[in-house]
Design a protein around this ligand. Structure first.
Ligand SMILES: [Zn+2]
Length: 372
């Protein structure tokens, strides 16, 4: 009822505008009027949540936008030649983000689409898939998963449901450990964090095509090369370069705006080594982190790399002074205060410092064994 009145008022003002703006053409005026009608309809929608009347809006293709409460609306945006990226919210998995916090990417080839890290569960995957279809209605012909953490690959399930024969590439060790129980561990973590949004994710859609360091893959004219550092963010990482567009998918070896955790399979020293190696290559134009905004090489890699270097530098001083990480933690965090707004900074930076110092101990032991 209210809407009928609103539309009548809008029609009246539209007619008034038609007569009042002789310097504008009628198409322009119609367009403006429709935009106003749309805005008013949206406002009235907000005010009357109980009103189920459907607003048909010929101008909008956004009817089923992927929206996550206070985190806003997510869609794929063109980031490089034929590469589209949806940057997820840089926060830990929770109920409101439904477990979506990574950066799914789509590469468009002549006959299909190639997806990198579609997201963290089946339900999110269905929404990401709907957004992929707004980029192009070509079929999905391949998927890459950067590592074993479920927030990146559990949404394979939604893609496999629609494309049962799709090839899913990951490092061979990622496939092994995921099947051996890592997937179940991550299912538990994400299901608890999202208060049950993992429903439908099992049976897991594991990757089907194992890769090793240095493999080159050609998919419908799109060339990819993968780097597998033995240990960096985990022991299952792939850094994927898309040669056609000169894009590097870094996985969680780089995060921006959010500190994830380094688990027991990872290495802070290994990650530094990997990032130093990647930085030497000047051939690429776009770098996509596992979490946070994509960008040019230095702006994407340096904040996280510098962070890791501070941990090692300050950790080494404490280690040499026979101090424990908790004794120097506050001092080290002060040196990193430029990162204080990063999600999970305090919690994870302290844990990372501790890990860096543990690795120092292990490295010292190893070098002593080598000498013997
Ligand atoms: Zn990860």
């Amino acid at each position: 009822m209210k809407k009928t009145i609103i539309y009548s008022v809008m029609t009246l003002s539209l007619l008034t505008n038609l007569y009042a703006n002789e310097d504008k053409n009628s198409a322009q005026i119609m367009q403006e009027a429709f935009a106003k009608m749309k805005a008013v309809a949206q406002m009235s929608d907000k005010n009357q949540k109980t009103d189920n009347t459907n607003v048909t809006d010929a101008n909008s293709t956004n009817v089923s936008a992927f929206t996550l409460g206070k985190y806003g609306t997510f869609k794929f945006e063109k980031a490089n030649d034929n590469v589209y990226i949806m940057h997820g919210p840089v926060v830990s998995p929770n109920k409101e983000n439904e477990g979506f916090m990574n950066n799914p990417a789509v590469i468009e080839s002549e006959h299909g689409l190639i997806v990198v890290d579609p997201g963290g569960n089946y339900n999110v995957g269905k929404k990401v898939l709907a957004e992929i279809e707004k980029v192009s209605t070509k079929p999905i012909i391949a998927v890459f998963n950067t590592h074993k953490h479920g927030d990146h690959w559990f949404a394979n399930k939604a893609i496999v449901e629609k494309y049962p024969n799709v090839d899913i590439y990951a490092h061979k060790h990622m496939i092994e450990v995921s099947k051996e129980g890592e997937a179940d561990v991550w299912y538990g973590i994400l299901n608890r964090a999202t208060k049950g949004n993992l429903e439908g994710t099992k049976e897991f859609a594991f990757p089907t095509k194992p890769l090793v360091d240095g493999d080159t893959i050609d998919i419908d004219g799109q060339k990819f090369v993968v780097i597998h550092p033995k240990v960096a963010h985990t022991d299952t990482d792939l850094v994927i370069t898309h040669e056609n567009s000169k894009t590097v998918f870094l996985g969680d070896n780089v995060m921006k705006g959010r500190l994830g955790s380094f688990d027991e399979s990872s290495s802070i020293f290994g990650d530094i080594e990997l990032l130093e190696q990647i930085k030497k290559d000047t051939n690429y134009t776009l770098y996509v982190p596992g979490h946070g905004m994509s960008g040019k090489k230095d702006e994407t890699i340096d904040p996280f790399l510098n962070y890791l270097k501070v941990l090692v530098e300050e950790g080494q001083k404490a280690y040499d002074d026979d101090k424990e990480s908790y004794e120097v933690k506050d001092e080290v965090l002060k040196k990193l205060k430029w990162m204080k707004d990063w999600d999970a900074f305090e919690k994870n930076a302290a844990a990372h410092l501790n890990k860096a110092m543990l690795e120092m101990g292990e490295r010292e032991l190893e070098s002593q064994e080598d000498e013997e």
